[in-house]
Design a protein around this ligand. Structure first.
Ligand code: HEM
Length: 219
């Protein structure tokens, strides 16, 4: 069984399937995370109660974190292997870069990933452990987020990072359906609409939140 799985993983489609499954797991988390964070608009009581409820799930929280970590590791590892495999199969670099076939989002995937990873490390130090936050109060998620986003360059950093997340999600949502077989002229239009809607909702919420705090709409 393990040999069959490894043999499948050694093919390029095997790695793409792993990227699709792990990417979907992470995208699902991002959607739930964005919808949860939207409760900032309802004020401190609601957001902090939501965060406390999640924390009260005990060992489940760690099971969930380990699943996310494994998904990130497998996603990144498979991306690097695929990138190396593609480079090896095209030893002479094109003299003139041909950009027509791939969209902007597709071309930015390989360096977008590491930048998003750097953002996530900063984000965890900022809002989860508080090491990168001047006045972090454990459990007071509302205060941590609003005080954080009131610093203009932090809000801008989040907005730019979340634009990259949205691009990444757009291409990812488009790609996993292709990997799993939905690549037909009849469906491609719907695939594009679905990918844009998903990336638009997650990216839209994540860009909207720092903006409402920065503009003083949420204090
Ligand atoms: C404006 C956008 C975002 C806001 C306001 C936000 C807010 C937060 C907050 C307040 C926490 C700590 C929750 C707590 O300790 O109870 C958190 C945790 C986290 N966020 Fe975000 N987040 C945003 C975007 C993102 C993005 C784009 C990603 C990933 C690419 C992300 C990944 C995570 C992860 C992995 C955790 C740790 C979850 C855990 O403790 O298990 N967040 N976020």
């Amino acid at each position: 069984m393990a040999t069959v799985a490894l043999k499948f993983y050694s093919t390029s489609i095997g790695k793409k399937v792993v990227m699709a499954i792990t990417g979907l797991t992470l995208a699902g988390f991002l959607l739930v995370h964005a919808l949860g964070n939207l409760q900032l608009l309802w004020g401190p009581a609601r957001l902090n109660a939501y965060a406390a409820k999640l924390q009260s799930m005990g060992p489940l929280v760690w099971a969930f974190r380990l699943t996310l970590l494994a998904a990130v590791a497998l996603h990144a590892f498979s991306a690097v292997l695929l990138w190396l495999q593609n480079r090896a199969s095209r030893p002479v670099r094109y003299q003139v870069q041909q950009y027509r076939e791939t969209s902007y989002a597709a071309r930015t995937m390989i360096w977008g990933g590491p930048i998003i990873a750097l953002f996530v490390i900063y984000h965890l130090l900022h809002f989860t452990t508080g090491h990168a936050h001047g006045t972090f109060v454990k459990g007071d998620v509302y205060a941590n987020v609003t005080v954080g986003f009131r610093v203009w360059w932090i809000a801008i950093l989040y907005i730019v990072a979340n634009m990259m997340v949205a691009f990444h999600l757009y291409h990812g949502m488009w790609s996993w359906l292709q990997t799993l077989g939905a690549n037909h002229p009849k469906y491609n239009h719907w695939r594009q609409i679905f990918a844009a809607a998903f990336a638009g909702v997650v990216g839209g919420i994540n860009i909207f939140l720092p903006l409402v705090v920065l503009l003083g709409i949420r204090k």
